[in-house]
Design a protein around this ligand. Sequence first.
Ligand code: MLT
Length: 385
Amino acid sequence: MAKLPFTVEEKHLNTGLRGFPVGTVWTSKVDPQKGVSYVGYPIQELVELSSEEVIYLLLYKKLPSEEEKASFSQELVERSKVSEEVLDLLSALPARAHPMTWLQCGIQYLGIDRCEDYLEDGLNLISRISEVVAAIFRLRAGWGDPIPSKPDLGYVENFVHMLGVPQSHPHLMDVLKAFHILHLDHGGGNLSTFTGKAVASGLADMYTSLSAAMGGLSGPRHGRANQDCLRFVQEIGSPEEGHIRSVIERKLANKELIYGFGHAVLRAEDPRAAVQYELAERYFADDRNVQIVLQLRRIVPSILGKIEKIANPYPNVDAVSGSLLHAAGLRDPEYYTVLFGWSRVVGIVAQIIDERLYFRGGKGVPIYRCLYLAENQPERHLERG
Ligand code: MLT
């Protein structure tokens, strides 16, 4: 836990609450050196498990026994049916809207049939989000009608089945399995999670809170970084070391962003990036983008590390995820943030359930209402008469 009390000084104002302790979180912890762990388990160990087991961990704060795992998986299956109405509503959306807009709409549409119970709605949302995300891919990209769900296949397996990616790579499943677990949660203060909890604190329902959270995720400084990162890698175009060094130096001289490096909390390489680099090397060593991201991993930290004001020159989760998804057959980067959302919904739901139902001895966290200090507003009055 952060050291308390925390003295707020003027230098802390207007910094996006950076580093402010505002609450506690039970699902995960982001250690600046070791990266994220879920309920104490380092992320790199959890990628060995099934998504169902890790979802259970985030919701119930312990790994399931074999029996619990089977009954929880069955519960997700039973809750998973998305109504035709939701798919029809989605199919009426225009392709020019970004997939994240579709995701926000899809989550709101699912909420038409809500139960006004955070736990029930949260479990239903986790069970149904895969079908919505797969339908977004298919309808918006023009791949065809949504593919009927086969939830018995397993959480990620069914998602891959419903995506029906044209020309998918044989390792798409391995990539999405890892991607899903790696993106499920990242502490309590990342923007989308904070937003979702803030909206739920006004007692908005789970779906509205999650749709708002996905709005937070959609920005290029948060979840859309994976989309922008792939574009950055493609623009570099070659893994040749001299070329990469000169592109990075030029970008730094022009004060342009080096995508995929640095993080608000981390001060070492993000273990979520490390897991993905390993997959990239194992399955896609011949892929041009993968070769570039591996070189960037080798070269960039030493360049950024020489710049005094850069606190963390190391790669984060977005440095490699786009290139990995692309190599696995998901070619259009516009959809990458939706995949981030497909996964992150779980952590946000779990944290909202904790804040609404269990914190403060079951009373829940009150409505978020932080203090903004009025500035440049001397008392004034209308001149009358
Ligand atoms: C995340 O996974 O949410 C990102 O790394 C951003 C963050 O932790 O603030």
